[in-house]
Design a protein around this ligand. Structure first.
Ligand code: BGC
Ligand code: BGC
Length: 853
């Protein structure tokens, strides 16, 4: 129906009535001009093509192909601070023209905020929209619906949200995490979505970054293992595709600020930063999302090297690449890199971006401008038609793989039985993720017979329980996390859970208000706060604490930070908010020395340091443990569960000062400092105590010598572990390489393998840990770092745990396991995208010039 009007000539586009109406629609929110209502179409919910990708590709016009390469946001619950023209419903009267007029290939509900938080409404809304699309778009191709189901399907009221990614890392339990993601897959597909923008595979490095909570670990192997398992789990339901993001190096912004450029080196990229993505790609995800930042001076969206040479030629990825939110426009607005949107679009598509995610907030170019721009670039010969066909083929193949042509809509009855499920998995994941940081004189566990005072941030001005927000974090029924008044996911909160496990409980919450991201817009106030929220300890609360504390047998103080996300979460300090520090001081003043004071940290980053922790007798890091976090914490406090989590990142030693030494990842090169200051981490990667004690016996290797690591990339490390304490518990056995020499610096330690084991009191088990020798690969050679990655011949000291038994593995020959090819593009001397005779000439030229010197 819109085919004629969609033949664009950018110069005369505004001369046609149809064009003007499209532009008007796209600029004003929700003009109700859709031609047909759902249910009145002639064809029913049947794709008008049979899913033969070649045939469809052959039939589509250039404009329709550009439409397929377009993803628009159809909704957001976030109040609209600016002039954003984002519609806010499934209604065809507001979003119908995206399909009938523009024929877009995909839609998203960004920010974990669909048009409704009710599962049945979402699935019927998506189905109706798909029917509308198929009846009214002139190509009959179903759309892909994408969401951010990043830690469970955290988009629906009553849904199970799993612990955040930083918690997943501390479990070291890859199997359990995969099981959780299978539930996410089912819950997201049953809601009608086809695509989740997960797993986030960015290495966790700088705790000042507002997305630290989204990282699995600072360790490349652990991040890679988990991301591969998550990808597999998320694609468990045939109707859902995963998205490995944000490729690559998004998480290492220069100054810790979101979307600031990353400065790294080819050596660091190839040794640490890129390998987790490579590992996740082994699970063959359908899609990859691009890093919105820049790497070594090149926006990732414009990097042919990253998006084509590395991703496709080196890593063999065959799926579809989607941009991040408005990121073609960000090449202008954020990076000040491209002078025009046309230039940005040309560079991105030629570099390898297949689909543009259009958030279309504020003044960013919308889908009409994008489609026009693509068409005109192809007509002017600036983007080859073959490149467009390649992109559209990948998009259509995803739709075919997901079965959308055969079955465009979803059974609406499934969702109700799934929302809120997988409680056991969620609770187990939350438990295993708890890290006991300190436990002086066996303060914990409590006996359960105590009269407990529970205090700390947990209520806002309207009396809402805001501790729930701290328990879930961002991407939970909202971009920045849930709103204080709800709706909430299914949740078991600490107050009630602890109350049911101790003799009596007095609760004195202090104030925490989540400063929402739009707050202050217009009056010059910046929402961002280094504390990630506003905390208060009022006089009234103080007197309540002062009167309850002396009668308490134990005090549990909840500390931490508020829910946050992306740039609004960035902070320049990691110290706990002043009012929380004061609360701890008041508790200590009003209790005698024999009363245990226990800290529980709910935070998405390493918050606080010795200035606070020194006053506590025990400290449990709970991260952002999700739906069943309250039950897991309460069980750990009273010893129904024995903590077993291990930190997956290193806690800066001076996190209590405004700007600590950071990053301090455990696998850094020595030294951290040559000055007088001790800049070592306060708690290192792998730290985590237990209520019992474990002892290691001697360690042995399945072989002590490896001739060729390319043929023998794994060695089994066996060690006897005995529970020598008085409580059953889990223990994670980790194997590190702790000493080695080579042609380049060696990290202080690096993780080769890990295994979780359960041991009864007095029990001994022989634990076999698979040591993965790919973790020993380095990029040899001088500073450029272009040689193939290899395991260098030599002796490698292996240590079990922090300072357990050691043994030596000898590697006889220098060989590559993962990277026998040199860096792609290395021989493309003239940088034209091909390694050919012209490069030989350019090389000769270079050599001759040098000879002449
Ligand atoms: C984030 C992505 C996310 C997308 C859609 C972007 O701002 O960087 O991680 O998937 O929004 O919500
Ligand atoms: C963010 C997205 C998010 C959206 C929510 C954008 O500014 O970058 O990640 O989904 O806001 O409204």
């Amino acid at each position: 129906m819109a085919a004629d009007g969609m033949t664009r000539n950018p110069d005369t586009a505004d001369d046609t009535g149809a064009e003007t109406s499209r532009r008007t629609f796209m600029k004003a929110t929700g003009a109700a001009t859709a031609a047909a209502a759902v249910g009145t179409g002639a064809n029913g919910a049947v794709a008008q093509t049979d899913g033969d990708v070649d045939a469809i590709l052959n039939d589509l016009t250039l404009e329709q192909k550009a439409g397929q390469m377009t993803q628009v946001t159809i909704s957001s619950f976030e109040p609209d601070p600016g002039e954003s023209n984002v519609p806010d419903s499934f209604g065809v009267d507001t979003v119908g023209e995206y399909f009938s007029e523009l024929g877009v290939g995909s839609v998203l509900s960004g920010g974990a905020a669909p048009p409704s938080f009710d599962g049945s409404e979402v699935v019927s809304g998506i189905n109706a929209l798909q029917e509308y699309n198929l009846r009214n778009a002139d190509h009959g191709v179903p759309f892909l619906y994408g969401v951010d189901a990043t830690h469970g399907n955290g988009l629906l009221a009553g849904a199970t949200v799993f612990p955040q990614r930083l918690n997943m890392g501390s479990t070291r339990d890859v199997t359990l995490v995969e099981r959780a993601e299978r539930h996410t897959s089912d819950a997201t597909a049953s809601m009608g979505a086809h695509w989740t923008f997960a797993p986030t595979t960015d290495l966790q490095r700088d705790p000042r970054w507002g997305r630290f909570f989204e990282g699995i670990s600072e360790d490349p192997k652990l991040t890679g293992d988990m991301s591969r398992a998550r990808t597999r789990g998320l694609e468990d339901d045939d109707r859902l595709t995963a998205c490995v993001k944000h490729f690559g190096a998004y998480s290492i912004p220069n100054n810790g600020n979101d979307r600031a450029p990353a400065s790294t080196s080819l050596r660091d990229l190839r040794t640490n930063v890129l390998p987790p993505y490579r590992e996740a790609l082994q699970a063959e995800p359908g899609t990859v999302m691009v890093n919105s930042g820049a790497v070594n001076g090149k926006p990732a969206h414009a990097s042919h090297w990253l998006l084509t040479r590395m991703l496709r030629e080196n890593y063999g990825f065959e799926g579809m690449v989607v941009s991040d939110w408005d990121d073609l426009d960000r090449m202008l607005t954020n990076h000040d890199y491209a002078p025009t949107f046309r230039q940005a679009t040309k560079e991105a598509i030629n570099a390898g971006v297949d689909m543009y995610m259009i958030g279309n907030g504020g003044n960013a170019p919308g889908p009409v401008e994008y489609i026009d721009t693509v068409v005109s670039l192809v007509e002017d010969g600036e983007i080859p038609m073959a490149r467009i066909d390649e992109a559209v083929r990948r998009i259509l193949e995803r739709k075919a793989d997901l079965g959308l042509f055969a079955e465009p809509t979803v059974d609406e009855s499934r969702i109700d039985g799934i929302v809120g499920g997988a409680q056991e998995t969620s609770e187990q994941l939350a438990r295993e993720s708890l890290v006991l940081l300190e436990n002086d004189d066996d303060t914990l566990p409590l006996s359960g017979d105590e009269n407990v005072l529970l205090t700390g941030p947990g209520v806002d001005g309207d009396g809402n329980n805001t501790r729930a927000l701290m328990q879930h974090g961002g991407w939970t029924l909202g971009w920045q996390g849930p709103s204080a008044g709800g709706p909430f996911p299914r949740q078991r909160l600490l107050t009630e859970e602890l109350r049911s496990r101790v003799s009596s409980l007095t609760h004195v919450p202090t104030t925490y208000e989540n400063t929402t991201w739009w707050a202050g817009q217009g009056d010059g106030e910046n929402q961002q706060s280094d504390e990630n929220g506003e905390f208060e300890f009022t006089d009234e609360q103080e007197s309540a604490v002062r009167s309850a504390a002396p009668d308490a047998d134990a005090v549990v103080v909840v500390l931490g930070e508020g829910s946050h996300n992306e740039g609004f979460g960035d902070r320049d300090e990691l110290v706990l908010d002043e009012s929380q520090q004061r609360l701890v001081r008041v508790v200590c003043e009003t209790t005698d020395d024999s009363t245990p004071v226990v800290g529980v940290l709910l935070a998405g980053s390493p918050r606080g340091g010795p200035e606070t922790f020194a006053h506590l007798d025990a400290l449990l890091f709970a991260g952002q443990p999700g739906s069943d976090g309250g039950a897991a914490i309460a069980d750990a406090l009273v010893g129904n569960y024995n903590p077993s989590g291990k930190l997956a990142f290193s806690w800066p030693g001076n996190a209590g000062t405004p700007v600590g030494t950071t990053p301090v990842q455990y696998n850094r090169y020595p030294p951290t400092s040559t000055g007088g200051t001790d800049n070592a981490p306060l708690f290192e990667f792998g730290h985590g105590q237990s209520y019992t004690t474990f002892e290691y016996g001697t360690v042995s290797l399945s072989r002590t010598t490896v001739g060729n690591p390319a043929n023998q990339s794994e060695v089994t490390v066996s060690v006897d572990v005995t529970n020598t304490g008085e409580m059953a518990g889990d223990h994670v056995v980790e194997v590190f390489n702790t000493e080695s020499y080579g042609s380049v610096l060696q990290p202080m330690r690096r993780l080769l393998g890990y295994e979780r084991v359960s041991l009864d009191v007095g029990e001994t088990k022989t634990v076999d840990v698979t040591a993965d020798l790919t973790a020993l690969e380095v990029v040899p050679g001088d500073i450029l770092g272009v040689q193939p990655k290899v395991v260098e011949a030599g002796d490698y000291e292996l240590t079990v745990g922090r300072d357990g038994p050691t043994t030596t593995l000898t590697v006889q020959n220098t060989r590559s396991i993962t990277d026998s090819e040199p860096v792609p593009g290395r021989y493309d001397i003239d940088n034209d995208g091909d390694a050919d005779m012209a490069d030989v000439k350019a090389l000769m030229q270079g050599i001759r010039t040098r000879d002449d010197d």
